[in-house]
Design a protein around this ligand. Sequence first.
Ligand SMILES: Nc1ncnc2c1ncn2[C@@H]1O[C@H](COP(=O)(O)OP(=O)(O)OP(=O)(O)O)[C@@H](O)[C@H]1O
Ligand SMILES: [Mg+2]
Length: 251
Amino acid sequence: MSRRVKTGIQGLDELINGGFPEGRVILVVGGPGTGKTVLAAQFLYKGITDYNESGIYVSLDESKNHYFSEMQTFGWDFKKAEEEKKFVFLDATRMPRSELQKEKIFGEPSSLRAKQLPIDRLIEDLEEKARQIDAKRVALDTLATLFHRFPDPVERRMIAVDLVESLSELGITTLITTELSRLGLDRDVSIEEYMAHGVIVMQTLFSEGVISRALQVEKMRGTKINPNCVPYTIDKNGIQIFPDVPLFGRS
Ligand SMILES: Nc1ncnc2c1ncn2[C@@H]1O[C@H](COP(=O)(O)OP(=O)(O)OP(=O)(O)O)[C@@H](O)[C@H]1O
Ligand SMILES: [Mg+2]
């Protein structure tokens, strides 16, 4: 069994036999406001403070200042971690936008190759930064933003395959957040879910007027998992998972 990387999220290690498999790519899937960004940030921050592992946050839709101040509400001082060279905020928010601008100005969509180039550059940047701070953890937030650029399902699949493959090759434990469009047994399983080594689904459930947050480990290759849907909370300390508490207070 591969070495386990402690997630830093209370209750999660228990569900996945001690932690994420080292060097693998894990997808965090969930609707808006389910806590994907918080989970990814907690994984990075606890890595730095509790396990002495540097981390990189690849942002596709949030500015650095906004991210730093939002995470400060949990007491996570990413600015300090950055100053100590244990953290890098990789701003990829302008990458997709600049390409979109070009499309607008020239009135024709750029070729698939031209669209893929920014992803190659992103991976190169990531590799360089990872070397500089000896990063052991990466979080990319969120794939959904990147997908908005690729309405064509074929292009989207190619981008997803390219990105997950490239990130796997880096050999750094990586979380990728993405949106969940449909729930239930008949939901579409996307190419990136097949490709990723692990998939964690976060949901907000409504039952008899009660709102509950529920998390499920859908898969984690090479790992004995607890596949139950279990409750979690988000408070001032971040995310906490309760593997032994039944959902909706019933057993
Ligand atoms: N300081 C805090 N204390 C308690 N709960 C908080 C705090 N900050 C945020 N939250 C909760 O966390 C949720 C947002 O989490 P997060 O931003 O990680 O969601 P997300 O899945 O990334 O959403 P999106 O898809 O919009 O990016 C909010 O719905 C809010 O309820
Ligand atoms: Mg988010």
